[in-house]
Design a protein around this ligand. Sequence first.
Ligand SMILES: *Cc1c(COP(=O)(O)O)cnc(C)c1O
Length: 391
Amino acid sequence: MSDLPRIPLSEPCLVGNALAYLEECLSTNYVSSVGPFVERFEEAFAAYVGSRHAVACSSGTAALHVAMRLLGIGHGDEVFVPTLTFIASANPVWYERGSVVLVDSEAETWNLDPNLVAEELDRRARAGRRQPAAVEIVHILGHPARIGTAVEACARHGVPVIEDAAEALGARFTDGPCSGRHVGTIGRMGCFSFNGNKIITSGGGGMIVTDEPALARRARHLTTQARLPGLEYLHDEVGYNYRLTNVAAALGLAQLEQLPHFLERKRAIARGYDDAFQRDAGITLPPRAAWAAPSMWLYSVGVDAPVWGRGRPEVLERVRADGVEARPIWSPLHTMSVYRGAPLLGSGGVAEQLAARVLSLPSSVGLSAEDQGRVVTALRSTSRASVEAGS
Ligand SMILES: *Cc1c(COP(=O)(O)O)cnc(C)c1O
């Protein structure tokens, strides 16, 4: 075990107006779900990503759950979800007793393969089969999914698209049909997360964005127990206590103000890792599609075991022993008991390959050059070349 301090994977950077805004909450007594920061955060967020409406929620998972309700997902309704994602992308479908249909990944972006979606929708149309109730596109690790192809196919067959942009706030499309737009603003709704490890944090929280006023209105209603205006406790449907608190929104707003700076830092950290690893045989750099401006939220590389000399599990163990908090990417959902029974589009082989090879490296906004150097040295020292050179 290393005696050097541990280098965390992704820790928050609580600078700027965070303290001032939190003090304002305390001194005005607005700490709970009523208070001016919620609206300020929503307005600033909508303006930043370029959507008409934003509705703050208590978590990214809650945002996705509300999105499922807004789409009317119910018993047996199919929703396409990528197999390689954090499980919170899929669970909200299950909460509504919908049926998750998993989609394999593509090598280009590590996100869901949009061709599999388009082919399946076309095939169903030809066979006169029922289309899914929604397609959920996830932008993993800060890289936009190749959404254009999927959106076109969905439009052709009248299937709504929702986006799980929890990991990709700040990422944009720079070419093609979505050029200039932010992730999360292409589908009917986009969901974001402000959990502690995301690019900005509100302690815990999430956001739904949409251009449709009716969806925004109902999202706000559902997150506040679906209570009708007036003093009487009258409710017209079953809602949730999913509203973000004023304290969380205050922190979220202060963090949003820092986002341009955070994105610069993430991208600079990524360039540093790229420069260090680009000549290392056996390391695959993260995707960087020509049509995308990824946020580089969590810098992740593929370890090619035959070239590198050891597989991901051993590499991970060794760098962690050096105090580097690297972490494997998720296990594909189709390999876990909870979703093993779900239908799968594609073989799942691309996702399995990625899951077996990819590890994420420390990418905190506050990562020092010195610590980044330690990460690079720790990872390099696990390679066959460096072991053979006796270093
Ligand atoms: C973090 C995350 C979520 C869930 O967000 P929470 O705020 O933690 O509930 C959903 N999807 C993806 C891809 C995530 O990374």
